[in-house]
Design a protein around this ligand. Structure first.
Ligand code: ATP
Ligand code: MG
Length: 262
């Protein structure tokens, strides 16, 4: 047996064992690396019991608000598992993007439900983007602070796709136009503005894929137009640095807003 297969077997049997003697040793649960807090552990068991997950591997990314892990679904296929930190010091910025959203009517600052609502917002936004045909990870499941989605990467080597900022883009002009089209379709077809779009939140898997959509707002949001302009500005700045002769961000924004009103 290959080493990866062995490791896979070991993790699955370990998860099975823990599932059997669940709760006794919650606090010592270690998933390959890093300690997961007991409430999150409980949430992971729920996802395990309903067949969404069968294993959790190492972290792909550790950030301020969330860690992203590679997991496996019931068929052993790679999935991405985004675990939002339950206790984040910085949650106030979230309010600007969630208050007033008709999908989330009961939002309270510093409440225990804010992080699960934030994770649910990412899940719902992924559904909207996905259904509108904009390339994002396909959402799979959500439970409290844990979001499970399609793994964007090489399904054979299980390596995650790189960020746009870390690759040499094969044809920058074409890619720039492609990303602007994704922003436009996001606005007109999904009814969303990403609101944190940059070369950091676009992965490259032969084509661009938008990620990190928790802060994305409906086009009816008070600041939707401001965020749209900011996204377009970030993208034009980046591609200008790469030598692409981009259209003026104001002109692009106006065009999208006009198309959106038709
Ligand atoms: N579906 C996915 N498939 C593969 N890799 C992913 C996926 N989603 C996220 N990643 C990886 O995890 C990283 C962080 O994800 P994301 O941008 O969604 O989190 P984040 O909110 O920026 O976290 P933080 O802001 O706390 O650093 C990405 O840059 C990417 O490398
Ligand atoms: Mg990010």
């Amino acid at each position: 047996m290959k080493r990866a297969d062995e490791q896979h077997e070991r993790i699955i049997s370990e998860l099975d064992r823990r599932k059997r003697k669940r709760r006794k040793d919650d606090d010592e649960f270690k998933v390959v690396e890093g300690v997961i807090d007991p409430p999150t552990l409980k949430t992971l068991y729920k996802l395990l019991n309903r067949g969404t997950l069968s294993a959790l591997h190492g972290a792909i990314s550790t950030g301020k608000e969330a860690n992203v892990y590679r997991g496996e679904d019931a068929d052993g296929k790679s999935v991405a598992v985004k675990i939002y930190r339950v206790s984040t010091a910085e949650t106030d910025f979230m309010l600007e993007y969630i208050i007033g959203d008709p999908r989330f009517k009961n939002v309270k600052r510093r409440s225990r439900s804010l992080i699960p609502q934030w994770a649910t917002k990412e899940y719902k936004n992924l559904i909207r983007y996905h259904e509108a045909g904009i390339r994002v990870p396909k959402p799979i499941d959500i439970e409290r602070n844990v979001l499970v989605m399609e793994f964007i990467g090489d399904t054979k080597t299980n390596l995650p796709a790189p960020m746009l900022k870390n690759i040499e883009i094969p044809s920058p002009v074409k890619t720039f136009n492609e990303i602007i089209r994704m922003i436009e379709n996001g606005y007109t077809k999904a009814g969303l503005v990403h609101a944190d779009l940059s070369e950091y939140n676009i992965l490259w898997l032969r084509k661009p894929v938008f990620i990190d959509v928790s802060q994305a707002v409906l086009t009816t949001h008070e600041y939707a137009k401001k965020y749209l302009f900011r996204d377009i500005q970030n993208i034009t700045n980046y591609f200008t640095k790469l030598g692409v002769d981009t259209e003026n961000p104001e002109v692009i924004t106006k065009h999208i807003l006009t198309v959106g009103e038709e």
